[in-house]
Structures are given as structure tokens and as C-alpha cells.
Design a protein around this ligand. Sequence first.
Ligand code: IMP
Length: 202
Amino acid sequence: MSTNPKKRSSRARPGHRPGESVRVLISNARVKQRLRQLGEEIRRDFPTEPLHLIGVLKGSVFFLADLARELGGEVSFDFLSVSSYGSGTDSTGEVKLIKDLDVSIEGRTVIVVEDILDTGLTLKYLLRFFEEKKPKHLRVVVLLDKVERRIADVHADYTGFPIPNEFVVGYGLDYDERYRNLPDVCVLQFGSRAKSKSGYRA
Ligand code: IMP
């Protein structure tokens, strides 16, 4: 193992392609600290209820895994997958169910765990989908909220961090399926902008 402090470990190397760079927006330590608070907030509202977490694949995987360990008491989880039509950094707002829930949520206290709230169109679709299944309570926790991008009239009950209108990757969030493994939430920059900011660089 290298002892040179200037040499990055393989975990810190983002694996980006030419013309792309990333800059840390929210460090993993800040995320973890906020998750502790979110866990407390959620448990304050539901001190004794068994909580059923539903993660929206794939961006919420690390968020759900870390949040679940901050929630005491009885916790179970399930996952579903939807696709937003569109590619690159923009979605068209059309949503399609790719993977359904494994178990019924009727009568359960459900916490939907989403990585990021952008236009809100995905969450609007999901809330309608879940409400039809008659949970006892339905709440939403999002790690990141791009408040100024909102189109649909939806909100999260618990929010990790409001963020500016920038495309972010890391801590589960991707660009073309890449960057999910970055420990921090980072802004992805393209082309000449990529050269002007500090951060992870090729
Ligand atoms: P919405 O339907 O526009 O709110 O978008 C929700 C989904 O778009 C999220 O669950 C993400 O998968 C994706 N998304 C929106 N903004 C970003 C971003 O900045 N980085 C990565 N994915 C994003």
C-alpha cells in the first residue's frame, strides 16, 4: 500500500472521461452527518411504527442503505425501478415502471427514498402509484432537492440538502450509469467548464 499522501486511493479516483470533470459539492462526511439528523426526524414522527422503506433504483441505493442504519426500531425495505424517458442530463417527464414492488404496502408506514427531486414528475407518478395501494402513511425522503427546477406540485417530507440547478453525480447518482461509486455528491462539468474548476481532474 502506498504511503504517499499525494497519491489518491483508487476509491477517490472518479473514472471520468475526457471533457468531463467533477467537483465536490457535498462531502460524504456531510451526507453521513445529515443522515443522522434525518433518521432522528423520521423516528420523531414515527417513534414506534415499523417503517417500510421503498428505494427508487438505482440512485437511492447508498442513501437507503445508510439511512436505514440511522433508523432504530423495526425497518424493512423494498425497491422499485422506473425509467424517465430522455437521455443525458434531461428527462422528458414520461415515466415507465420497470420493476414493481415485491410485497404489498397496504396498511404499512411507507417512506419513499429518492435520490434527487428535480422537476418532480417522477415523484408525482410514484405518489399516485403508491397511494392507490393504500398504505397507512406515505412519506417521502429525498437526499437532494433542486428546488428551482420544480414543475410538478410535489414536495418531500424530509430533505437532505437543497442544491442549485447543477447536474450532480456520486453517492449513487449517475451520468450514463457512471460515477455512482463516488463517495461524495459532486457537480459534473463538461467541456471548457471542466478545465476552469478545481476538483477531481484527469
Ligand atoms: P424528476 O422527475 O425530474 O424529478 O427527476 C428525477 C430523476 O431524474 C432522479 O431520480 C434522477 O434519477 C434523475 N436526475 C435528476 N437530476 C439529476 C442530477 O442532477 N443527477 C443525476 N440524476 C438526476
